[in-house]
Design a protein around this ligand. Structure first.
Ligand code: WTA
Length: 652
């Protein structure tokens, strides 16, 4: 049986059931199936009722205009995302409620009430205006997990300048590509950030990137801390670079929020696809904010006194939707942590949960598997009794990890929401609701109310196991790929007519629960991060020693998948261990450490079909140490046998 088939069998014989615990039902945001029924009867009215929860400067005249593959939501409406995340909370008691509580890796802390966050965002917004940023101009943000990351996003939103946040772990080249694609005018970065005790030199990285960025005019440099800046170089280019503290010190804390059209761009966020270049996913304002705020409230069953912690980085969509826009639109208290979970020890997360009384905790399966590996004794050291709800996102969670999370972190009392969604969907799409859904370990269960999903085969027939498909537009859907409308159509809308193709495979069990099985395209999921095999291949062939490269995922017990690279070298170059190391570092330099190949195999030839297509399936078999699949279509079957001999023996 194939590996995927065997894994499926295990999933589908999963008998454990977890009905919502009694305590979760009292006062729940969603306490019964009412919203499902309402959304079933009238999907648009359902979403409209959530849009009405936001503050609009001007109402919409049409809920949805749908000309596949283009949707416009709340057409004619005007609002501002930062106003909705800040200003509207200033009227009542939320004014002095902590909006953002932050802890740095070295243990320093900062906290902002809604009033304080509003003032700081307004000051930076004015400072950006002072640098010439106008409505519609793109601003790149390359920051560690510090409050200024959220502040910069909201400052951009406030003045209607779309932000493009670039994960701080990306290399200078990756940063440059993203700045250039978006034609950003301003970059907000920091001198550096802490990670696992070390310092990430973001300003130095930025300077390297900017050598190749002609559109960029100004750089704002956040000072992460005196101690940090003593340890690294922070060169400043006169006329271009400005310290954040200097700019905001002079700026007024009065900055009216720009009334934005519901369909005006809120942000661009780059994500990996099946080609070598990342895609700039475009999100707009009204629909996005409607769905992120609705899902935050319902899925996390948000209560006024919650301390909500999502461990994602703001560089990924989870940080955008569920650290910044969703929770702040709901007036929540958001916890943010700068560093690694194992710094200085393996209990850092549990220590934080206990000290701040975290009630809602949202993380990724890869983190949970690392916690499992480190052992129960780490969470056991801390009082986790304030936790009442747990969430996961980013990849399929294996039932064993789910059970561990439930028992060890949740003390057996916390419902778990396994939330399926994507950068492209903007917000949660498939998920349990904690006081309503009986969960099954490993299943994302069912679509959120107002979301229509099904499973289809290549021809668009409904099937029990096949491709996940979203059959109706939803408010927070991506609007296009920035500057590449054709790629938008080809990637997501060409498989079926007017139906969105997310690129995931899935299956129903006998009771109609959805089980997401993973990507069906050439996109890997390494520690919850999407990485295109083509991106890594392009980075490898960019090295002078390499003629050809093929990258596949290999099962990894913590990361889910690890990167295995098969590389053909130029004539006369020897595949030494030193070269292996150099190739790994070359990929890190081109993309970032998240894309570092775990395995590099030098191959005289790569297995190809007679038409010259590389057979990744066979390379995957080689990397996994499996028996070889069907090799009859190969141009030269001996190639793969030779590779297998070289890489390792067979197992069943
Ligand atoms: C995967 C992250 C199974 C999936 C929000 C999707 C999941 C990709 C889940 C999007 C889940 C995300 N169960 N798989 N709960 N959540 N995925 O764009 O393959 O970084 O297509 O967005 O992650 O990754 P992205």
């Amino acid at each position: 049986m194939s590996e995927a088939g065997a894994a499926l069998d295990v999933l589908l014989t999963e008998e454990r059931r977890f009905p919502p615990p009694e305590h979760s039902r009292k006062g729940a945001v969603v306490a019964d199936r009412g919203p499902y029924e309402r959304a079933e009867r009238d999907r648009l009215a359902f979403w409209e009722s959530w849009a009405e929860e936001l503050d609009w400067f001007e109402g919409w005249h049409t809920v949805l205009e749908w000309e596949p593959p283009h949707a416009k939501w709340f057409v004619g409406g005007r609002l501002n995302a930062a106003h909705n995340c800040l200003d509207r909370h200033l009227e009542g008691p939320r004014r002095d409620k902590p909006a953002l509580i932050w802890e740095g890796e070295p243990g320093d802390t900062r906290s902002f009430t809604y009033a304080e966050l509003h003032a700081e965002v307004s000051r930076l917004a004015n400072a950006l205006k002072g640098l010439g940023v106008q409505k519609g101009d793109r601003v790149a943000i390359y920051l560690p997990m510090i409050p200024e990351a959220a502040i910069a996003m909201l400052a951009c939103a406030r003045i209607g300048a779309p932000h493009s946040v670039v994960f701080g772990g990306f290399s200078p080249e990756a940063l440059a590509d993203r700045i250039n694609d978006a034609q950003a005018r301003v970059l907000v970065t920091a001198d550096g950030g802490y990670r696992r005790g070390g310092v990430v030199p973001l300003k130095l990285n930025s300077d390297k990137a900017l050598e190749a960025c002609p559109s960029l005019e100004s750089v704002v440099v956040v000072e992460r801390g005196e101690e940090l800046s003593r340890g690294i170089e922070v060169p400043m280019t006169a006329g271009r670079d400005h310290f954040y503290s200097d700019l905001v010190a002079e700026a007024s804390s009065e900055c009216p929020a720009e009334p934005m059209d519901s369909e005006d761009l809120l942000y661009i966020l780059y994500t990996s696809g099946t080609t070598g270049t990342p895609k700039g996913v475009v999100h707009t304002t009204g629909g996005y904010l409607t769905q992120v705020s609705a899902t935050t409230k319902c899925v996390f069953d948000l209560r006024e006194d919650d301390v909500y912690w999502c461990t994602a980085d703001v560089g990924w969509v989870t940080g955008h939707s569920y650290i910044v826009y969703g929770p702040l639109a709901n007036g929540a208290t958001v916890l943010m942590y700068e560093g690694a979970p194992d710094w200085p020890r393996n209990d850092r997360f549990w220590d934080i949960c206990a000290r701040y009384g975290v009630t809602v905790f949202y993380t990724a399966p890869t983190a949970i598997r690392a916690f499992m590996k480190w052992g129960e004794r780490w969470p056991a050291k801390h009082d986790l009794s304030r936790l009442r709800l747990l969430g996961t996102v980013g990849e399929p969670i294996n039932p064993e990890a789910w059970m561990w999370y439930h028992r060890v972190v949740g003390g057996g009392r916390c419902p778990i929401v396994d939330t399926w969604w994507q950068t492209e969907t903007g917000a949660i799409m498939i998920t349990p609701l904690p006081a309503v859904t009986t969960t099954r370990p490993g299943s994302a269960t069912e679509p959120f109310p107002g979301i229509r999903a099904t499973l289809l085969d290549d021809d668009g027939n409904e099937v029990n196991a096949g491709f996940l498909a979203i059959t109706e537009p939803w408010p927070s859907m991506m609007r296009t790929i920035y500057g590449d409308e054709q790629r938008y159509r080809d990637t997501y809308w060409s498989k079926w007519d007017g139906i969105y193709f997310p690129g995931d495979g899935a299956k129903y069990d006998n009771d109609g629960y959805l089980w997401i099985l993973g990507r069906v395209d050439d996109v890997l999921n390494v520690a919850g991060h999407r990485i295109g095999t083509m991106e890594v291949e392009s980075a490898l062939v960019d090295h002078e020693a390499v003629v050809e490269a093929a990258v596949v995922g290999k099962t990894h017990d913590v990361k889910g998948q690890a990167i295995a690279a098969f590389v053909t070298l130029r004539e006369g170059v020897d595949g030494s261990q030193a070269l292996e190391g150099r190739l790994r570092e070359h990929v890190v330099q081109k993309i970032g450490a998240i894309a570092r190949p775990e395995i590099v195999v030098f191959a005289a030839d790569l297995p190809k079909t007679r038409s010259g297509k590389i057979m990744r399936r066979l390379l995957k078999d080689v990397a996994e140490g499996h028996r070889l699949g069907d090799t009859t279509t190969l141009a030269d079957p001996a190639v793969v046998e030779a590779l297998q001999m070289k890489y390792g023996g067979e197992e069943d």
